[in-house]
Structure formats: C-alpha cells, structure tokens
Write a protein of this length. Structure first.
Length: 369
C-alpha cells in the first residue's frame, strides 16, 4: 500500500518539477527569454517581490500551499486562517551583502469575526546615501547631508476556513515609497486560497497579489518657482509643478503544490510516530515585471522542535543569474521551536545565494499557539 502511494505521489511531484525545469530552455512549455521582452524595472514598488520570513527564504519561496501563521499574510493570506490565538511574527533581513539595504517586517493575527484578522508592516530602507547635485557631484560642499530611500507596505487582511479542507483570505494594502521630498503611493489587494486534497498529504495553494491602479510621484522636489520678466526686470515668480509618468505596481501570481511526505496520519509514508516531519513543495510564479520563475523547497523537522530546510529558485531568464544558474537561487536554513507556557517561540534563519549581489540573510522570530 505504501509503495503504491509513494509511486503515485512521487510521480506527480516529478511531473510538476520536470515540467518546470524543461520550461527553462529552448523547447520548454514556456517562452524562452529571447521570445519575451525584458519587463524588469517597468513597475514601481519592486520591494514587494522580496519575500519575508526565514522559512520562506530557506525554501526558495516555495511555501504558498503550506504556509501558516502571520507570515502567510505575505505569501498567501489564506494560510493565516489556521491561527487559533494571538500570533505575532517579526524579522529582519540583510539584503545583498554589504550594500546597506535592510528589510524589516512585522505581522500579527487574531481570531475575530468568525475568521482571522491580520495586520502587517513591511518596510525596506536603503540606508543613508550622500546627497549630491549637478554642481556638487560628490556632495562635499553640501555639508555631508544625506538621504535615504524607503519603501513601505501597510496591510490589513481577513482569512477564514470555509471547510476543514478549504481556506480563503484577502487583504488590502497601502503602499508608499520614495525619499523625503518626493514619494509615490498606491492602494492594492491580495487574494489567496489553500486546499487540502486529503490525498497523501497533498495541498494546493494559489494567490494573486498587488492588484491595484496607477499612481504618479508627488512632493516638494517636483515643484519649482521660476522667475519671469523681460530681461531687465523680474515681474513675478511662477510656481511650476513637474508631473512624472503614471506607474503601476507589479501584479504577481503564485501557484504551489505541497505534500506532507512524513509526519501525519495522512502523509505518504505515514505518521512516523510524530517524531519526524518531512514535506516538499514546488511553486511557480509570474508577474508583470519579470519572466516566470519556479521553486522547489524541502523541510525536515525532528519532534516538531528542530527544523532543517533547503530550496532552489529557477529562473527562466539568464539575465537574472549572470551565467551562474547552478548556484544562483540556492537557499538553506534552520529553525528552532521552543514550547512556552501553552504557546511556542520559533526562531528561524535562512541564507540565499544572490549571485553577483552576494547573499541574503533573514532572521525571524514568531510567537504562536
């Protein structure tokens, strides 16, 4: 019986992964980079693509069908429906080596209104940069004044279990990014679902994110006062406003399939007495500003206390990886869960290879039931 289960489940997973891998080269099921235009840099608020949470980072973003708790508000809001009490998570990630980029996030979930209500904050900061002008390209004569770029998304969401197998969730976002003197603001929405098939621990997840309109930058930096006159006498100062082009945010679609291979009564290889946990997940994502990407993530847990994770991100575009397709997108990490007076304290860490941009490290802390 277990042998039949294994063949069927591994066959399904192999088909999905094989289809994804075959799509990366000529003759794949998806267009090659030569067949598609370069959409990178064509949308605003690109920080929305940077995943949060060390578990998701360690599994290369392949968590959409199995994610739960407050972190789910980023990956798939339907996953937040599993919260049974006040859950809280926070984390920090250092991006791309020593470039000074840092991302901080926090999210909370609480059962309300027959489901789960959540709040989340996601912010990216560039660190201080020296202010320069055309006349002072190195900034020395400006007294060493500095500025920073900040991108922020503030979200409120609602998730609910429709049945014991089906969960849905949605959230609204207020997004802003810019510097002190100029910024751009958007309003957007996410919607997601998770479905447990009841078949060998197989779970499906899907989400559409960042659905919103266009916006243009505004602020004091785009306003000037111009003196007008006849060449000998100034007559008046006229206020002139510069208008930027309308900018959209990147709409993104995520689809994932996960399987509990070991650890529960419905797992492919059985419950293993609750001692060992093993799950795997494959994912596909597409957005309005990048080519289709794929992911594979694996997680092993021992007595629901110590976790080891690994993953790989596959890109359908060599422009992302710079010729390092074998190592670019590799990820790994670990987690520790400590029981704490009826609750649990979780600490997670992940490391991701970003090629020429060096590495991404994520530290997460979560308090759940």
């Amino acid at each position: 019986m277990h042998t039949t289960r294994m063949i069927k489940a591994l066959g399904a997973l192999s088909f999905l992964l094989g289809a994804q891998l075959s799509a990366q080269g000529p003759g794949g099921i998806l267009p090659t980079p030569q067949d598609t235009p370069n959409r990178q840099g064509t949308r605003g608020a690109n920080f929305l693509h940077i995943g949060i949470g060390a578990r998701g980072g360690a599994m290369a973003g392949s968590v959409g069908s199995t994610i739960s708790g407050p972190t789910a508000w980023y990956w798939n809001p339907a996953g937040a429906a599993t919260s049974e009490g006040f859950d809280l998570t926070a984390g920090r990630q250092n991006l791309y080596g020593d470039l000074g980029l840092g991302q901080t996030y926090a999210a909370a979930s609480i059962p309300l209104i027959g489901g789960v209500v959540g709040l989340s904050l996601n912010t990216l900061n560039s660190g201080n940069m020296l202010r320069t002008t055309e006349q002072n390209p190195f900034g020395e004569r400006l007294g060493g004044s500095s500025f920073s770029w900040t991108s922020t998304a503030l979200s409120i969401g609602y998730a609910k279990r429709i049945t014991d197998r089906l969960s849905v969730g949605f959230q609204g976002k207020y997004i802003t990014e810019g510097i002190t003197d100029v910024s751009t603001n958007w309003v957007a929405f996410d919607v997601g679902t998770q479905f447990n098939t009841g078949l060998y621990g197989l779970v499906l997840g899907g989400a559409i994110q960042n659905v919103g309109g266009q916006s243009r930058a505004n602020g004091a930096l785009l306003t000037r006062f111009i003196q007008t006159g006849d060449g000998t006498q100034i007559r008046e100062n006229r206020r002139v406003e510069f208008y930027t082009a309308q900018t959209e945010i990147p709409v993104e679609f995520r689809l994932s399939v996960g399987s509990d291979l070991l650890g529960t009564s419905n797992s492919l290889f059985g419950g293993a007495g609750g001692k060992h946990l093993l799950n795997a997940e494959v994912s596909i994502s597409d957005a309005t500003d990048y080519s289709t990407q794929y992911g594979l993530g694996v997680e092993y847990g021992f007595r629901n206390t110590v976790f080891l994770r690994g993953g790989k991100r596959f890109y359908n575009d060599d422009r992302w990886v710079g010729g390092n397709a074998s190592t670019y997108g590799l990820a790994g990490g670990f987690g520790l869960r400590v029981p704490l007076k009826g609750r649990a304290l979780k600490f997670d860490y992940s490391f991701q290879n970003a090629g020429a941009l060096q590495n991404i490290q994520i530290f997460s802390l979560e308090v759940t039931r």
